[in-house]
Design a protein around this ligand. Structure first.
Ligand code: ATP
Ligand code: FE
Length: 337
């Protein structure tokens, strides 16, 4: 079986080709246009997807050395994401599936992020997480602890009641006057800073849920007070600020994840989503692995942020189950799993 997968839920246009569960190509066009606005502008994102989709799909097929007539099915992200962005990828996928007379497979973007752990390239030998496992899904739009029973059977055990972890990082980056997205910038600066230099308030939320909006406010007030004393406070302390902010976020994330592992008795723990690129979070995971508390699964950098390879992975399993999608099924924007 050969699958073409398309992902366009936010600001990355991506296409991938997978044959019998092995990834042959994964091509992504990122949109730099949003940097000037400090966040993704939905209308601009849709327009950029329209420009990118044909060349990106072409490049993915070419790199895999596959002619479109050889495709068995097309997998596409149906949601959650931005309505206009999703529509570009989904309309394209539906048109192409109908023209080629092959089935369409719908993929949930969040299941895709989680199934990124199963991506294999030819000749690669790696340990896959066994079901059930826990997954910390931390991205720009979501922060949740998921119990994964099967590729298509997942349960959210806890999730953020307000901002996502990545969103909090991006907002704090913005108040410090850094670029967008803030995650990679904060990560880089934090490596030279002292994580215990400053402390910020941590939320006190019951159960396995998260909250990040209080941290953002506490960070903002802290900066405001310090800037009143020293107008160059941010420039003088940017490394320590980033390291301390990062440590606070990692502590919040890990505390609930440890609770979830104790409550469920599941010790196979995976990390997914854009924030899983973070050095301190990866380090905290590795420590749990080294101490023998968990068997950990951390995805390759290229599969942490949005990509079509992860969509192809879910598509592969759905194709085996012959779980296809009617061509008139609409996109969805709300978070479900
Ligand atoms: P969702 O998947 O919930 O729809 P999304 O697709 O927009 O959201 P991703 O692309 O998975 O989100 O992740 C983007 C987020 O990851 C941004 O908030 C970005 O700042 C953050 N991020 C990326 N790299 C790092 C890093 N090294 N450290 C911390 N955060 C990072
Ligand atoms: Fe995503």
């Amino acid at each position: 079986y050969t699958i073409l997968a398309i992902e366009s839920s936010c600001d990355d246009t991506s296409a991938a080709v997978m044959r019998d569960g092995l990834l042959l190509s994964n091509v992504t066009a990122s949109q730099s246009i949003h940097e000037a606005y400090g966040g993704v502008v939905p209308e601009l994102a849709s327009r950029a997807h329209e420009q990118n989709i044909v060349p990106v799909v072409d490049a993915a097929l070419k790199e895999a050395d596959i002619a479109k007539e050889e495709l068995s099915a097309i997998a596409v992200t149906l949601g959650p994401g931005l309505m206009g962005s999703l529509l570009v990828g989904v309309s394209f996928a539906k048109g192409m599936a109908s023209a080629l007379g092959i089935p369409l497979i719908e993929v949930n973007h969040l299941q895709g992020h989680i199934m990124a752990h199963f991506i294999k390239v030819p000749d690669e030998d790696k340990a896959l997480p066994p079901f059930p496992f826990l997954c910390l899904m931390v991205s720009g739009g979501n922060s949740q602890i998921v119990r994964v029973e099967a590729y298509n059977k997942m349960e959210i055990l806890g999730q953020t009641i307000d901002d996502a972890a990545g969103e909090a990082i991006d907002k704090c980056s913005k108040v410090m006057g850094f670029g967008y997205p803030g995650g990679p910038i904060i990560d880089r600066l934090a490596r030279q800073g002292n994580p215990n230099a400053f402390s910020f308030s941590k939320p006190n939320i019951k159960g396995l849920d998260y909250s990040f909006s209080g941290l953002k406010t506490s960070f903002l007030y802290f900066l405001r007070d310090r800037l009143a004393e020293d107008p160059d406070f941010i420039a003088h302390h940017k490394e320590d600020l980033c390291a301390s902010l990062e440590k606070t976020i990692v502590d919040i994330l890990m505390k609930k994840l440890v609770m979830a592992s104790k409550e469920t008795g599941i010790r196979h723990v995976a990390l997914s989503g854009g924030v899983s690129a973070n050095t301190a979070l990866r380090r905290a995971f590795e420590e749990m692995g080294e101490k023998g508390k968990w068997k950990i699964y951390i995805p390759k950098f290229s599969y942490t942020t949005d990509n079509a390879a992860m969509i192809a992975m879910v598509g592969h399993y759905k194709l085996l189950d012959r779980d296809f999608c009617p061509l008139d099924k609409p996109v969805f924007t709300r978070t479900t799993i």
